[in-house]
Ligand binder design. Structure first.
Ligand code: NAP
Length: 276
């Protein structure tokens, strides 16, 4: 993909912070052929994670400013509490050409804009860990000076890592509760599903493989058929059959209320961390 109209060709993408999320996104870009590995530059204080970028064929540095000086599209992927100091460090080399993307949970667009030069083009992305297998569920929101061309460029690139929808910023913390944290909720459910089978005598390895494939297959059906989950659930229930007996037990255990509370609690925590 050429960096049309940005005065730099080919597209050079930078990562400030080179941990799991940065690697997942970079890997998606490279695998999908959206960005060549040699055109990705990542920075971090140590070589611990940079070695993973080197293994992908990317360039690395210990200088955050060097990333900004070489790339016009830059992802900030440090832990949220580190980000303010990192933005203060790179602010002197930010230009009108840059598109700056933060993936840090709970750091608002207004905070990002306050820490960067006044007209900086800033966007915020909430990713989740399945970006690592190009099945991420992401949302993005744009700051005051980021236009539709920046949003389109980012969205087109991020499709390499899964789905990405543009949303109002108010939905970003909810996405963190639903999807960022949701990965852990789904893992807890998958584990419980398998343990039910283990309790009934199935070997553990087999039970966990079947549970994971059941989640994958169900998710694919929901996506491909575009059905409401209640419809698919009803379709699986034969009157007087096994599934309705199981669902009754699930409702008695409070699964629905517990899951809704989990998303609510994670969203509230994300809002608390972003100071709202
Ligand atoms: N993981 C997820 O599921 C997930 C989901 C949604 C959002 N996020 C967001 O993604 C961001 C990154 O998360 P992660 O899980 O990838 O974290 P991580 O694996 O801990 O990576 C953090 C990276 O930041 C680097 N770093 C630390 N101080 C730095 C500095 N001063 N300048 C430049 N780089 C610095 C670290 O360097 P070293 O390599 O030297 O340690 C490391 O490479 C977080 O803000 C998080 O909120 C993550």
């Amino acid at each position: 993909m050429a960096a049309a109209g940005q005065g730099m060709d080919p597209l050079r993408v930078g990562f400030v912070g080179a941990g799991r999320m940065a690697e997942a996104i970079a890997q998606g870009f490279i695998r999908a052929g959206k960005v060549e590995a040699q055109h990705i530059l990542a920075s971090a204080p140590t070589d611990r994670n940079l070695s993973h970028f080197q293994a992908l064929g990317c360039r690395t540095t210990h200088s955050n400013q060097e990333v900004l000086q070489n790339c016009f599209l830059v992802f900030f992927a440090t832990k949220p509490h580190v980000l303010p100091a990192v933005l203060a460090e790179v602010a002197p080399v930010v230009t009108a050409e840059h598109i700056l993307v933060s993936v840090a949970a709970g750091v608002s667009l207004s905070t990002l804009e306050e820490l960067l030069p006044p007209t900086a083009r800033v966007l915020r992305v909430s990713p989740n860990l399945p970006c690592m297998v190009q099945e991420g569920a992401m949302v993005m929101a744009r700051g005051r000076h980021a236009g539709s061309s920046e949003a389109t460029l980012l969205q087109t690139l991020l499709e390499a890592c899964g789905q990405c929808e543009e949303v109002p910023e108010a939905h970003v913390d909810i996405h963190t509760g639903l999807s960022g944290s949701g990965v852990a909720f789904v893992c807890a459910f998958s584990e419980a599903l398998a343990e039910g089978a283990i309790k009934m005598g199935m070997p553990g390895g087999l039970a966990h493989r079947i549970a994971a494939q059941t989640l994958l297959g169900t998710a694919k059906m929901l996506q491909q058929k575009g059905q409401h989950p209640a419809q698919l659930r009803t379709d699986v229930c034969t009157p007087g059959g096994t599934t309705i007996y199981g669902l009754h037990a699930l409702e008695q255990g409070g699964l629905r209320a517990a899951t809704m509370s989990a998303v609510e609690a994670a969203t509230c925590r994300a809002r608390e961390l972003s100071g709202k």
